[in-house]
Design a protein around this ligand. Structure first.
Ligand code: AMP
Length: 139
């Protein structure tokens, strides 16, 4: 599978598109999902030029899981959801809409209905407010 360097996440990683960033290290970037399925929906991006999990190095995959666990702790501490869904889609057939590997963290309470995947933009001030809570929990 050939990697498209013009996908939106590649642009964010190069600083060519905006993002509400939460955390960054040499191998990963964590940011708010702008069309969250629940308040506190966070994405973890690899910095490897990989479309799916299958093109990643084991080291890149391990780094993503490390950052995903770190952010999941922060989301849980900041927002106190009853549960936390963690997921990752490979290929359009599986539901992937951005062709750059990323993991989803979606906090969820019992009976809470999730919004549709990648459908409805959230208000920027609301995303910023939740981002501040998550960053505070990371600190
Ligand atoms: P997937 O379907 O697994 O590829 O998920 C892509 C996710 O990225 C969806 O949850 C979208 O809401 C989200 N998304 C798309 N564009 C952006 C963006 N510019 N910044 C943050 N999240 C985005």
């Amino acid at each position: 599978m050939s990697y498209d360097p013009n996908n939106i996440f590649a642009k964010i990683l190069r600083g060519e598109a905006p993002a509400i960033k939460l955390y960054e290290d040499e191998q990963t970037l964590a940011m708010m999902d702008i069309m969250p399925q629940s308040p506190g929906h966070v994405l973890i991006l690899t910095k490897e030029p990989a479309e799916t999990l299958f093109e990643m190095t084991p080291e890149g995959a391990a780094a993503c899981i490390r950052t995903t666990q770190k952010l999941a702790h922060a989301v849980r501490e900041a927002l106190k959801p009853e549960g936390v869904f963690i997921g990752q889609f490979n290929g359009a057939a599986a539901g992937q809409t951005v062709p750059h590997v990323h993991f989803h963290i979606i906090p969820r309470d019992h009976g809470q209905t999730l919004k549709m995947h990648a459908r409805e933009m959230a208000e920027r001030p609301e995303l910023e407010r939740i981002a501040r809570q998550i960053r505070a929990a990371l600190a």
